[in-house]
Design a binder for this molecule. Structure first.
Ligand SMILES: C/C=C/c1ccc(O)c(OC)c1
Ligand SMILES: [Fe+2]
Length: 564
């Protein structure tokens, strides 16, 4: 009788011809891989999309293209995929494309994962030593005719707003070459300036922060290098007319932990939170001041401004524990269950920019709600304002655990409209099988009052494994529900940030900056390994958590079988 050999099972990421298989809890239920690129014209619309909405809602989600080979992989380490909802004449067309990062292209060539842990190059397959490993999965912004897909560990990738084609790394015409660039640049509506920065700007674990101003003509007008009191995450900032505020979160970076193949970040339960204050124009390194407050975890900034006394007001959600459970403290005991419930009200801080470095503060005021992903009317960015919007967690509302399982991506079950003026709240509950993703605010018209317009965002229908794009009218109580629901015939995944871009801005820039004049990256060139980048200290990359000292002067081998 014929004998059938069973082929031994290879490690994921090996050269075997085994078909892809995703396993592990970050790929379950609503967060099952999407990996879709393409378009759907004329999505089904319930209700009516206001005809005055003429533009595209771009948003980004992490979506691993290949199954990871590292243990305890995290959602934040997935390839950036851009979804675009183009709205015109009451209709909506959908388009989706992965950002062609160097990492994505290198893995695509080999048809498997080659990059290891989140922000840890020591865990990569030696095949891709020195290849740029950022994945552009955190924000997507429009800047002078291009979309910039952003992740704070690397430079921006530019894309075509119309086709979602990736042009390549964007260095602002050679003006910005630092290795890291924030996912939260701020656009001042009064001056047209872009305020941006990079932390860990001199490599892993460096305390150096670089801060830039790019003016409305695209010229870099300011560059200042400052030091943080420790190397920690600076994910988002606030700007006022004259200052930049840098929330520094007590989640820190340790070079040795990284070299051992550990996590990039670890939560520090005993460390303060800090706020760096820097003048926006003409600042020198020594102008940076740091204020401190008790340990807590920063969410996103709603807005910031200077009040009549010349003090800095900054509003952001702040949680009372480590929201990033996947970056536990170094000393945390194995098997200790991560905390899942936090208080995360909107915090208002009022800082005196003339107070001495090291001054301690308490929150000035709290807005009683539980939420994250604050948005406000971008026409008022950096100026006195009243309206903000949040993804809200209302634990008193029902959740159908039986049908939906654990709420993937967090139990944000409402959109909220808040007003500082009278502390009013208006809340839409998305339903007992639904959660919501970060919304965008669209003004009703250019001269509409602050906060008057529409809130647009993706709802996860956890029972149907589908997304809806909902539109709420901010002039009506949110309790009345959306005025339009755009039905996507399939599901995406938990996303991060997005922005709405008006069609007229895209058209105008298509004329100012013809697409064929934008240089394109060369795929073969960008995925070529640039040897010696991170391993120069005598260590070679590790796989599956095992450190391997490099043989004298010998670089890592070809990585067959995952390089173990
Ligand atoms: C709320 C999200 C924050 C965030 C911070 C750092 C990251 O690398 C990231 O990747 C998707 C997300
Ligand atoms: Fe963010």
């Amino acid at each position: 009788m014929a004998h059938i050999d069973i082929i031994p099972v290879d490690l994921p990421g090996s050269d075997s011809k085994k078909p892809l298989k995703f396993s592990g809890d970050i790929f379950q239920g609503f967060n099952a891989p999407c990996r879709f690129e393409g378009s759907v014209e004329q999505l089904e619309v319930l209700g009516e999309i206001p005809r005055s909405i003429d533009g595209t809602f771009y948003r980004v989600m992490p979506d691993h293209h290949y199954p990871p080979f590292v243990q305890n992989e995290i959602h934040f380490n997935g390839d950036g995929v851009i979804s675009a909802f183009k709205i015109e004449n009451g209709e909506c067309d959908f388009q989706q494309m992965a950002v062609r990062t160097h990492r994505f292209l290198a893995e695509k060539k080999h048809r498997r994962a080659l990059f290891g842990k989140y922000r840890n190059a020591y865990t990569d397959n030696p095949l891709v030593e020195g290849v740029l490993r950022t994945i552009s999965n955190t924000n997507i912004v429009f800047h002078r005719g291009v979309l910039l897909a952003l992740k704070e560990d690397g430079p921006p990738f530019a894309m075509d707003p119309t086709t979602l084609e990736t042009f390549g790394v964007w260095d602002f015409q050679g003006q910005i070459k630092t290795p890291t660039f924030t996912a939260h640049p701020k656009f001042d509506p009064l001056t047209g300036d872009m305020v941006c920065y990079g932390y860990e700007a001199k490599g892993d674990a460096s305390k150096d922060i670089v801060v830039y101003n790019v003016d409305k003509e695209g010229r870099k007008t300011d560059e200042v290098w400052v030091k943080a009191p420790w190397c920690g995450m600076i994910h988002d900032i606030g700007i006022t007319r004259n200052y930049i505020i840098f929330p520094l979160t007590p989640i820190t970076v340790d070079a040795d932990r990284i070299k051992r193949g550990g996590n990039h970040f670890a939560w520090q339960p005993k460390l303060d939170q800090a706020y760096g204050i820097l003048p926006r124009r003409g600042a020198k390194s020594e102008d940076m001041k740091w204020f401190y407050a008790d340990n807590a975890f920063h969410g996103h900034v709603a807005n910031a401004y200077e009040n009549e006394e010349g003090n800095i007001v900054i509003d952001l959600t702040v949680a009372d524990g480590n929201v990033f459970y996947f970056f536990p403290p170094d000393e945390s005991r194995v098997g200790e269950p991560p905390r899942v419930k936090f208080n995360s009200p909107m915090h208002r801080w009022v800082f005196d920019p003339k107070a001495p470095d090291g001054t301690r503060y308490k929150p000035h005021e709290l807005f009683d709600t539980q939420g994250e992903f604050a948005r406000s009317d971008d026409r008022y960015l950096g100026q006195p304002y009243n309206h903000f919007f949040l993804c809200v967690i209302d634990p008193t509302k029902p959740y159908n655990f039986q049908r939906c399982g654990p709420p993937v991506g967090g139990l944000f079950n409402c959109y909220g409209h808040f007003n500082w003026k009278n502390h009013s709240k208006s809340i839409w509950f998305a339903g007992d099988c639904s959660t919501v993703q970060e919304p965008v605010f669209i003004p009703r018209s250019h001269d509409a009052p602050e906060g008057d317009g529409y809130l647009m965002g993706l709802v996860n229908r956890l029972d149907e494994l589908r997304n809806d794009l909902v539109i709420l009218d901010t002039a009506r109580p949110f309790e009345e529900g959306p005025i339009a629901v755009v039905k996507l015939p399939f599901k995406l995944r938990t996303g991060l940030h997005g922005n709405f871009v008006e069609s007229k801005d895209i058209k105008e820039w298509n004329e100012r900056l013809p697409r064929d004049q934008i240089p394109r990256q060369n795929v073969d060139e960008v995925i070529k390994a640039k040897a010696g980048s991170v391993y120069k200290d005598g260590l070679k990359p590790i796989m599956n958590g095992i450190l391997q000292p490099a043989a004298n002067g010998v670089k890592g081998t070809n990585g067959v079988n995952g390089g173990h």
